[in-house]
Design a binder for this molecule. Sequence first.
Ligand code: AMP
Length: 184
Amino acid sequence: MNIILFGPPGAGKGTQAKLLQNEYNIPHLSTGDIFRSAIKNKTPLGVKVKSILDAGELVPDETVVDLVAAELSREKYQDGYILDGFPRTVAQAEAFDKFLDENDDSLDAFISLSVPEEELIKRILSRGEGRSDDTEEKIKTRLEVYRKETKPVMDYYKKQDKVQEIDGLGSIDEILERIKSALN
Ligand code: AMP
């Protein structure tokens, strides 16, 4: 099963992706986690993307698409995966469709978590993960980037009739149950 978990920053994608990974026994791929780990380890990729993440902007499409294609070609993803934080632009979504096509594969579900903006800001400021982009100013930039660049991705998948919108307000367990019933 190939799933995209979609939503604005702070919607709970990472939390839910980890729970779904255990529930369905399919690996979770977070592009944000890969970038943060590359930055921490000062790899060439990390050096390249650090200032972009710090600013709350998007890493160039080509870099992200190449990374995801290489990652998804690994053995551990062959029985399915949960994508968190990708695709984030329409160009990435188109490239991902091409990748699926070339691999005779397809997308099974596009789950979008909806959460009002005031709640997103509150959640990010209180999650205390120590992320350099979790400051009030950077959150504003990230939400702006989400509205302009990422939200259109949902319309892209709506045209394919793939989008299931889930209410992202409530307890972690309640939201997990909603996602599970959407998937079943
Ligand atoms: P996240 O952990 O998903 O919030 O991602 C953190 C940051 O990593 C984002 O603000 C971007 O700078 C970068 N990033 C993660 N995924 C992508 C993507 N698919 N396209 C471009 N930039 C990304």
